[in-house]
Design a protein around this ligand. Structure first.
Ligand SMILES: C[S@@+](CC[C@H](N)C(=O)[O-])C[C@H]1O[C@@H](n2cnc3c(N)ncnc32)[C@H](O)[C@@H]1O
Length: 144
């Protein structure tokens, strides 16, 4: 089974709060972003955001430039539905991060939680390093 099919199946068959990595709020991630980003005007990308509520919380705290990237269309749809009218304020990217081709220095802070350990192989790591260039050197908030 390829990676995308695997994750679509996970999100199509499990409720958001029934997965092992579920937390109602990602407090540690939020604290990391607060420490790393230069304030609510910063451009934040949550890579492999899944169905987490991090984007909701960032928005509640005034962040206005939020991108959520995930390989699963299902996960992104669940988030959009949960956020209702606020969903249009987020940039949603359904993509494989290792192939996404994010613009260089497009983001001030990169967040990922429980994503990178699913990505194996040196070729994948090289591709990810290329994607990490989407973030300015000094503001990476990687959470593994
Ligand atoms: C364990 S979940 C963590 C979700 C979320 N970060 C959280 O903390 O609740 C891993 C997430 O990474 C996504 N993912 C896995 N491989 C990916 C890839 N190559 N590109 C983009 N997203 C990926 C999955 O769809 C899934 O949503």
């Amino acid at each position: 089974m390829d990676v995308k099919t695997h994750w679509e199946k996970v999100y199509q068959t499990k409720a958001p709060d029934s997965v092992s990595w579920y937390r109602p709020h990602l407090e540690s991630s939020f604290a990391l972003i607060e420490r790393t980003a230069a304030g609510p005007h910063s451009a934040i990308i949550d890579v492999g955001g899944g169905e987490s509520t991090l984007a909701d919380d960032l928005m509640s705290w005034g962040y206005q430039d939020i991108t959520v990237l995930d390989i699963s269309e299902t996960a992104i749809s669940v988030c959009k539905k949960r956020m209702e009218a606020r969903a249009h304020q987020i940039r949603w990217l359904v993509a494989d991060v290792t192939l996404a081709g994010l613009d260089k220095c497009a983001y001030d802070a990169w967040h990922d939680r429980a994503v990178f350990h699913f990505l194996n192989g040196s070729e994948t790591t090289c591709r990810l390093c290329r994607e990490c260039r989407a973030v300015s050197e000094t503001r990476r908030a990687c959470h593994r």
